[in-house]
Design a protein around this ligand. Structure first.
Ligand SMILES: [Zn+2]
Ligand SMILES: [Zn+2]
Length: 199
């Protein structure tokens, strides 16, 4: 884990970038709402519409599509020309802090957010499942940038814990730059040989 606490100047910058990111995310949220209200998405209201079994299944499908998009987007953002324009801001934090979680250049915020409405145009998702996922994503991003581990050791060592990204995993992305690109899960990094071993 990091021995260099984030300094005040870095935190101030991260807060400013996070405010801009929040505005962009809210804007994409508004567009999604507009699409939903005009019947241009597959979002549905009644949880029993497809079946209750589909609620966790749709959450998993949405997460796997999002994971795949994010992993490859993240790798593309490490190509030097793209990195300079879109991703450098996020990596100004060599020691991540909770403020780093949403410290993105506007290009990165747009590229990250746009996948959610795109998924919702094709994949039927209950509105409550969607809200749950948005809240889950917010918390998990903060947790992964805490720079301290909050998950219990027995969970981290279990097979499911090894599949999930935690603060240690993402810490290595900020430290080494060329490993650990994943969002929620470790499988793409494993398959592509880009995983730093968890400690
Ligand atoms: Zn990165
Ligand atoms: Zn990060």
């Amino acid at each position: 884990m990091s021995r260099r606490p984030a300094n005040r100047k870095q935190i101030k910058k991260e807060i400013a970038w996070s405010v801009i990111s929040s505005v962009i995310f809210a804007f994409v949220g508004t567009i999604t709402y507009f699409l939903w209200k005009n019947n241009l998405t597959a979002i549905y209201l009644d949880p029993s519409h497809i079946g209750y079994w589909y609620l966790p299944a749709s959450l998993m499908i949405m997460m796997l599509i999002h994971e795949t998009y994010y992993y490859w987007l993240h790798r593309a953002m490490h190509i030097p020309q793209i990195y300079k324009r879109a991703h450098k801001v996020h990596h100004q934090s060599l020691s991540p802090s909770p403020w780093t979680a949403f410290s993105f250049h506007p290009w990165e915020s747009i590229l990250e957010a746009v996948i959610v409405p795109l998924i919702l145009i094709f994949l039927p998702v209950n509105v409550y499942v969607l809200l749950f996922y948005l809240i889950f994503m917010t918390f998990s991003s903060v947790i992964n940038h805490l720079d301290i581990e909050i998950y219990p050791e027995f969970f981290r060592k279990s097979w499911i814990g090894k599949l999930c990204i935690d603060a240690t995993h993402h810490h290595y992305h900020h430290k080494k730059f060329i490993t650990n690109y994943g969002l929620h899960f470790t499988f793409w990094d494993r398959w592509m040989g880009t995983e730093s071993k968890k400690v």
